[in-house]
Write a protein that binds this ligand. Structure first.
Ligand SMILES: [Zn+2]
Length: 437
């Protein structure tokens, strides 16, 4: 009976959260924070709203620890990316329950986990749960854009609200089947998102007489082509090494990593390939605004993801050397993320014990993410062991990957319930750890 009601509770809360439009920009996450405050209040948990501007609040709630044990934060974000209703079969903000799935923008990324985390802490509070260290629920604003209203700001302005030894966030949890064996991915690290801009200069002129000008776009073309060939490494970080050991049974030489993974399953090769070094991908080019004017300037934007443990300065030197003698200005646009948590931790054991419970024989594999999550801010500020894990096994990982940030996003109620079970398990297990863990 208890399970049935938690499932219902999480489903209804998720439906309500989806109906609150928190597309970022502009976000308006305060409305979601207030909905959560009311829900938690109904179950005897007080919440604090922290807002840099009134309409973009972050919510933090906690069950205080009784024995000075390690703190665990169940972290999530309440904002979503936009949705074009014209592409959807259902209204993206309907929160409709259809065939065992809750539909709407944010169902997977990540209002489902917001709802599951809230139900986990609320149900534990009702049961009188007394953790050794604080159990914290943090539903933050502005993860999708990162304009300084969310966890980054919270860690600076109110560090005591979210300081914790352990964190469970988004990032992974999908079930992979490789050669008949089941694995659940847990993200423990992420690359640094570090785009840069190359500017090439020439001399403008009328396009009817190309000979009198110096065309910056044409000068940029060989650089674009060269960047398309950039290959770093290969190098095996601890996450990829552990992934390969678990999946292939050995640790191949870095040069053989993709081949060895692919032999097990093409998907394993696809996972490993971008994680062996820095990647660069030219994505935008701006030159002349007029058809008949030869550009004096061409600006090239390049997406770049750097492995944890490497710096922008190192990568800049590497790219300059790779591009050779050409003339251009190089400028980093930003650099976010690039942190890792260790693999052998009590939180890892907690995830393993859960997977053993739901699917005996399945294994947990670590994952280095090529994208960014808010886990970075906690690792950076407090050295928190932050993992991305929200188990999902009813919806296939490839299906979910296609729905995130896309049309017809939806979550299986079965998976939502599994998430509540996992988050309760994590809270109970971390809450029972001794004070020096
Ligand atoms: Zn997200």
């Amino acid at each position: 009976m208890a399970t049935v009601s938690l499932r219902q509770e999480a489903t209804e809360l998720l439906q309500e959260l989806i109906r609150v439009d928190t597309v970022n920009p502009p976000g308006n996450e305060t409305r979601a924070a207030e909905l959560l405050r009311e829900y938690l209040g109904d179950h005897g948990i007080e919440s604090e709203l922290y807002a840099k501007v009134p309409e973009r609040a972050n919510l933090v709630a906690r069950i205080p620890g009784k024995a000075g044990g390690p703190r665990l934060v169940l972290l999530s974000h309440t904002d979503t990316v936009l949705a074009d209703p014209g592409e959807w079969q259902l209204d993206p903000w309907s929160g409709e329950l259809r065939d065992g799935q809750v539909w709407g923008r944010g169902a997977l990324d990540m209002k489902g986990q917001v709802a599951a985390s809230a139900v986990a802490i609320a149900s534990l509070a009702r049961e009188g749960f007394e953790p050794g260290g604080d159990l914290i629920f943090a539903a933050c604003a502005d993860e999708e854009v990162g304009a300084g209203f969310g966890l980054q700001w919270l860690c600076q302005a109110h560090p005591e609200a979210v300081r914790a030894e352990y964190c469970v966030n988004e990032g992974a949890g999908d079930r992979l089947v490789l050669e008949g064996r089941a694995f659940y991915a847990c993200s423990t690290a992420e690359k640094m998102s570090s785009p840069f801009r190359l500017t090439v200069y020439g001399r403008s002129g009328h396009a009817s007489r190309p000979g009198i000008a110096d065309n910056a776009l044409v000068k940029a073309a060989p650089l674009i082509e060269r960047l398309g060939q950039f290959q770093d490494g290969p190098e095996l970080g601890p996450e990829v090494e552990a992934f390969l050991r678990t999946v292939t049974g050995t640790v191949p030489a870095p040069e053989d990593a993709v081949r060895a993974a692919r032999q097990v399953h093409p998907l394993a090769g696809d996972i490993v390939e971008p994680l062996l070094g820095t990647t660069v991908a030219p994505t935008k080019v701006v030159a002349s605004q007029k058809r008949n004017v030869i550009p004096a300037r061409c600006e090239l934007t390049v997406d770049c993801r750097i492995l944890p443990g490497h710096t922008q300065a190192e990568v800049e030197a590497q790219i300059r050397e790779f591009l050779g003698d050409a003339e251009y200005d190089f400028r980093w646009i930003e650099g976010h993320g690039g942190t890792r948590s260790p693999l052998a931790t009590p939180l890892w054991d907690v995830i393993e014990s859960f997977v053993e419970e739901i699917e005996p024989g399945a294994e947990v594999v670590p994952l280095l993410l090529s994208g960014f999550t808010d886990s970075h801010w906690l690792r950076d500020a407090f050295g928190t062991v932050a993992y991305g894990f929200f188990p999902m096994r009813t919806m296939e990982a490839e299906v979910a990957a296609r729905l995130i940030h896309s049309a017809d996003e939806r979550i299986e109620v079965e998976d939502l319930e599994l998430g509540v079970r996992f988050l309760r398990h994590a809270a109970l297990e971390v809450g029972a750890l001794p004070s020096d863990s």
